[in-house]
Design a protein around this ligand. Structure first.
Ligand code: ATP
Ligand code: SF4
Ligand code: MG
Length: 306
């Protein structure tokens, strides 16, 4: 644990590829009860996940693990504690799935393959199959079994169910909800974070624009972008478009980055809003942070109250 009580912490982290930053000055704690990372395509979710996994070094700022800079942490120990759950396509197509799981286990623990398959709700007899001989849902369970092989404390799940149909998604999410490990869950789907994450962070163009307890955040968004995301969720599940229709509008380079898409923009928005505590002591405002000059007005909007 870090001194802030989190498992893993990004502290003023800027991340990029080459010299181009795509995640800007993000501070974010992975605390207990599940943490959700929400945002449209290209907002920097996977980039942040890569940094949390130690796969991408910050251009500035630090990733902290147990009060230690990740740069100085013994990576062998870290890999036993923090495991990624990739999409099922990452499985080696030539390898029997039992061997894929065994590969992640220490040599003297390879007898645990059947037990791990059972833990994710699969028949151990499937161990001899190759990935293409399984359904999408079964493949995703294999990926989770593989991540569980080292008894991790934290799973970093990047869109673990987006390739699956709705009913299969629901079952995989129930499986994830029942696992002992903590989780950072990346998704387009707000219904999913509502179920699996006590806290959520909304990313827009590589910046955290709103954070807080997920239930409050979804019930009463304080940022126009969160409001748009929430209201873009279709009633009958599936993968919501997350206001993708407007994603081609580029974020503003100065002032509030959301301004070109914001229905509430005013002259004041030429000045970039800082991430601040949501004022007042009203119900649902504890631990809420928002980067919008007009957050209080957004909360007063009839559409924000649901
Ligand atoms: N390997 C890379 N090299 C260069 N740029 C990259 C690379 N990976 C991602 N980017 C860029 O970084 C930005 C953030 O991408 P990222 O993959 O983190 O988004 P995301 O939120 O995970 O999106 P999605 O929901 O589509 O997975 C995008 O502009 C993307 O084009
Ligand atoms: S600061 Fe202004 S432009 Fe930015 S989200 Fe708030 S109202 Fe919209
Ligand atoms: Mg991604």
């Amino acid at each position: 644990m870090t001194s802030s009580g989190s498992l893993l912490r990004a502290e003023r982290v800027t991340l990029g590829y080459g010299r181009t930053p795509v995640v800007h000055d993000v501070t974010l704690d992975i605390t207990g009860g599940g943490v959700g990372l929400i945002g449209e395509s290209g907002s920097g979710k996977s980039t942040l996940a890569r940094a949390f996994l130690g796969l991408l070094t910050p251009m500035s700022g630090n990733i902290l693990y147990g009060d230690q800079n990740l740069k100085k942490v013994d990576m062998r120990r870290f890999r036993g504690d923090v495991q990624p759950v990739f999409q099922a396509e990452a499985l080696d197509p030539r390898m029997r799935v039992g061997n894929s799981i065994a590969e992640a286990l220490p040599r003297d623990a390879r007898h645990r393959v059947p037990e791990l398959l059972e833990q994710v709700g699969l028949d151990p007899a499937l161990a001899s199959r190759r990935p293409h001989q399984l359904s999408g849902g079964q493949r995703q369970r294999v990926v989770i079994a593989r991540a569980l092989a080292v008894n991790p404390k934290l799973l970093i799940l990047d869109e673990p169910t987006s390739a699956l149909d709705v009913t299969v998604q629901a079952r995989i999410l129930d499986l994830i909800a029942g696992l002992a490990a903590e989780r950072l869950l990346i998704t387009h789907n707000l219904a999913v974070v509502g179920k699996l994450c006590r806290t959520s962070h909304v990313l827009f163009a590589g910046r955290v624009v709103e954070s807080g307890p997920t239930a409050d955040l979804l019930a009463r968004p304080a940022h126009p972008y969160t409001l748009a995301l929430r209201d873009a969720v279709p009633k009958l599940g599936g993968e919501p478009p997350v206001a993708r229709g407007r994603a081609e509008v580029r974020p503003a380079e100065t002032g509030c980055p959301f301004r070109p898409r914001c229905p509430m923009a005013v002259t004041e928005c030429d000045r970039a809003p800082a991430l601040r505590d949501l004022g007042g002591h009203q119900e649902g405002q504890d631990g809420r942070r928002v980067a919008c000059h007009r957050a209080e007005d957004v909360l007063r909007e009839p559409s924000a109250r649901r």
